[in-house]
Design a protein around this ligand. Structure first.
Ligand code: TXA
Ligand code: MG
Length: 318
């Protein structure tokens, strides 16, 4: 059920139900972050592995502080520049945080999402919201209320309508558990922007690492559409597939050889932000094209283009 009033969302959350909430990155599947039973339902509904910890969301750093969760100086610098916004901070947990949120780790991930309605909702609650992306584990994240309703509508209390997500990629995750800040996930805030404010290089050694225990959600196949996806068009491609069997996701230009209705051009004007915002919806539309394969272009590997390429390469894993 799609609802529009955050008071109704608050009432359901107070009863221990799950509500999908809009954020600027992707829709989240939220539960009372202090209620172990409510949180257990998130894992169940998403079919999420128990070892994959969740992000806690609230509306201010002061509230997290009241719950015993504090940011070190470097993180505060980033928060001053970018929070509310598409960045998640991994910091030491407090006793307020149930083990089911952190999957038993001694650190917790926190974020202040930049979405007016959700900030109102968060400030009306006495607890933070634990919220992973509101999709079945391993599938593409939702960027509209409709996406969530289609996949999970039957199984959850409600979806709070908050429009199309403005950023369209999940938050960038930075860990402050070690001396040098570590980027655990590429996301809606670029490496360049983060390093610029930090005045220091990020440790990138934990990124895109299949052995990575600190962002277990990043393991193996992720963000995968239901149709195989590959990056780039090899020379012999057209002898393997008929034109009607191929969907295409590109940055600025369509492919003259392919069917126009099976092509999703993310930003004809060449805006990487616009391309990021449209990526997941395009993957979902491509899935519905009744093709045998989705072919995606490689994006310029800087700023948000890096995060786009990251999601595409995960989608291409099988
Ligand atoms: O933009 C976002 O971050 C969205 C919206 C809803 O806020 N949420 C999101 O959640 O993408 P999820 O669960 O799909 O991804 C959270 C990632 C996972 O890869 C998880 O492993 C990592 O955050 N994570 C959570 N807690 C962690 C911790 N204590 N240490 C390291 N990584 C953590
Ligand atoms: Mg997710």
């Amino acid at each position: 059920m799609i609802i529009h009033d955050y008071h109704n969302a608050a009432a359901l959350l107070n009863q221990g139900q799950l509500v999908a909430i809009p954020t600027e990155t992707v829709y989240g599947l939220a539960a009372n972050g202090f209620d172990g039973n409510a949180i257990a339902q998130i894992y169940e509904v998403k079919n999420r592995p128990q070892f994959n910890p969740l992000i806690l969301h609230s509306n201010s750093l002061e509230r997290f502080k009241a719950w015993g969760i504090e940011l070190p100086a470097a993180a505060l610098k980033l928060a001053a520049a970018f929070s509310p916004g598409p960045i998640t901070f991994v910091v030491p947990k407090s006793n307020w945080v149930p083990d089911i949120v952190t999957a038993g780790q001694s650190s917790v991930a926190i974020r202040i999402p930049n979405h007016a309605l959700t900030l109102q909702l968060l400030s009306s609650l006495d607890f933070p919201l634990a919220a992973p992306s509101a999709n079945l584990s391993g599938t593409v994240s939702p960027t509209t209320a409709q996406h969530v309703e289609e996949q999970l509508g039957e199984q959850i209390g409600a979806v709070l309508e908050g429009g199309e997500c403005k950023i369209g990629l999940e938050s960038s995750i930075v860990s402050f558990v070690n001396e040098q800040p570590q980027l655990l996930r590429l996301g809606g805030l670029s490496i360049e922007a983060i390093e610029n404010v930090l005045g220091q290089k990020l440790d990138l050694s934990k990124l895109i690492n299949n052995e990575n225990p600190e962002a277990p959600g990043m393991l193996s196949k992720h963000y995968a559409p239901s149709i195989p996806l590959r990056i780039g068009i090899p020379a012999d491609f057209y002898s393997t597939y008929a034109k009607s069997e191929i969907a295409f996701i590109g940055f600025q230009n369509a492919q003259a050889d392919l069917l126009p209705q099976n092509q999703f051009i993310l930003s004809p004007e060449g805006s990487i932000e616009e391309a990021a915002q449209k990526l997941f919806a395009a993957l979902k539309m491509a899935e519905k094209c009744q093709v045998k394969i989705i072919v995606a272009e490689s994006f310029p590997n800087q700023h948000l283009g890096r995060a786009i390429n990251d999601r595409l390469s995960r989608a291409a894993k099988n």
